[in-house]
Design a protein around this ligand. Structure first.
Ligand code: NIG
Ligand code: FE
Length: 410
């Protein structure tokens, strides 16, 4: 073994390689006085303390809690500029969609992203990923969607790939050219959709720059019919659908996610009962984004009802410069517990295994089990409840990514 984590007070982890739903979402494994052995970046032992185990390096966890590395399954990681100037408008009560309609919001970030060089975006991304890692995130998803033209969408996706190759955090890419209509196509929505389908999708697929295709299906953005068309085309290119669904208005996004065979539907603040049932029926993962509800001062998605209906629930930051300018997954865990009323065990599964499943990585990460990538967090905590209770502090002690100690509390 290359590394042995010993003296783990509690090892808390979901188990398995598929998303957990219903009562299974809270069935996690708790091992007291545990050890984890790592070789070649993978977990080779996870269980009770065993004095016969030895390794070239030993890390004493001091009786602390250890969990899988957190998975942030929904971020808009790569963008130019920030949008703090919108804070004043927001405080005056101007709505998110009204800011977008007036050419601000996503469209102002599009302008900045077009003007920012690839190298600058890589530098910015590095710093953001380092902050993520400090909060315990070892894998994240990253969406494009601040280019809205071929050149800049490809630039964003290349930046995500470069960051994936050069930084410890694993990044899974999603093409989101359907994030808004660019101002050049203000009076020609159909023209933009044709451009996206006929020009952008084939290049993204050919250059293998993304695994998923996402769309902002929302009032004043993409209608369910437009969304369906784009996502079905994306499927033909091997990009599996994801959907920003029913975030602000209930327009049938959850139902459509089930219909097109999406791997996940995200936001879902206003998802209808039928939509939730359809998602359960087709095993679509709900990626819920409580920090966005918090920041936009919107209701919180009906997570408990989704779990009861049998929908696997994941949680993520939605990190972006407009509706969720935070990449603190620990805050997301706190909100999942306090606002969605998930139990700590359910929330842990949501932020690890179910997040991994939402980006088709549940066979690789999301739990501490033999054969999985050695992505682990050692917490400044002696039990699981503590990290859901002490909101506002960074409770990460150490982070191990693919077997390497990348953040060390020692
Ligand atoms: O997930 N809702 C659409 N997209 C992002 C916000 C992007 C932005 O405001 O820049 C979201 O909330
Ligand atoms: Fe988003």
């Amino acid at each position: 073994m290359d590394l042995l984590l010993k003296n783990i007070g509690i090892l808390a982890t979901p188990t398995g390689a598929v998303a957990k739903s219903g009562a299974e979402q809270r069935e996690i494994s708790l091992t007291y006085d545990a050890m984890v052995g790592i070789k070649d970046g993978k977990i080779v032992y996870a269980g009770s303390a065993d004095d016969s185990l030895n390794a070239s390096a030993v890390f004493d966890c001091g009786g602390k809690l250890v969990t899988p590395g957190l998975v942030d399954a929904h971020t808009h990681l790569v963008f130019g500029g920030w949008r703090q100037k919108e804070l004043g408008l927001k405080l005056e009560g101007v709505s998110y969609l009204d800011i977008l309609r007036a050419g601000g919001g996503i469209l102002s970030t599009v302008e900045h992203t077009r003007m920012t060089t690839e190298a600058e975006l890589v530098e910015k991304g590095k710093a953001l990923l380092q902050e993520m890692l400090l909060f315990g995130v070892t894998t994240c998803e990253a969406k494009s969607g601040y280019g809205l033209n071929t050149e800049t969408e490809l630039k964003q996706l290349r930046v995500a790939n470069t960051l994936d190759e050069t930084q410890p955090v694993d990044i899974i890419s999603t093409f989101m050219g359907a994030h808004a209509f660019p101002k050049e196509y203000n009076d020609n929505r159909a023209g933009y959709i044709d451009y996206l389908i006929n020009e952008m999708l084939p290049i993204v697929a050919k250059e293998e720059l993304a695994e998923f295709c996402d769309i902002f299906c929302e009032t004043a953005v993409f209608t369910p019919d437009e969304s369906r068309r784009i996502l079905l085309e994306a499927k033909k290119f091997g990009l599996r659908p994801k959907i920003h669904a029913d975030e602000i208005d209930p327009i049938g996004g959850a139902e459509m996610a089930a219909e097109v065979g999406a791997i996940s539907a995200e936001h879902l603040i206003q998802a209808s009962n039928d939509g939730i049932m359809a998602m359960a029926d087709k095993n679509v993962i709900a990626v819920l984004l409580p920090a966005t509800s918090f920041y936009l001062d919107k209701p919180f998605a009906r997570a408990r009802e989704m779990i009861n209906a049998g929908v696997p629930v994941a949680v993520a930051t939605d990190f972006n410069p407009g509706s969720s300018p935070s990449l603190n997954m620990q805050f997301v865990l706190n909100l999942a517990c306090l606002k969605y009323k998930l139990t700590p065990a359910e929330a842990l599964t949501a932020a690890t295994l179910n997040g991994a499943a939402a980006i088709e990585r549940a066979d690789v990460c999301g739990s501490v089990e033999v054969g999985k990538q050695a992505d682990l967090v050692v917490w400044k905590a002696n039990d699981l409840e503590y990290i859901f209770y002490r909101y506002g502090s960074n409770l990460v002690d150490s982070v191990i990514k693919s077997g390497e100690m990348v953040i060390s509390g020692k």
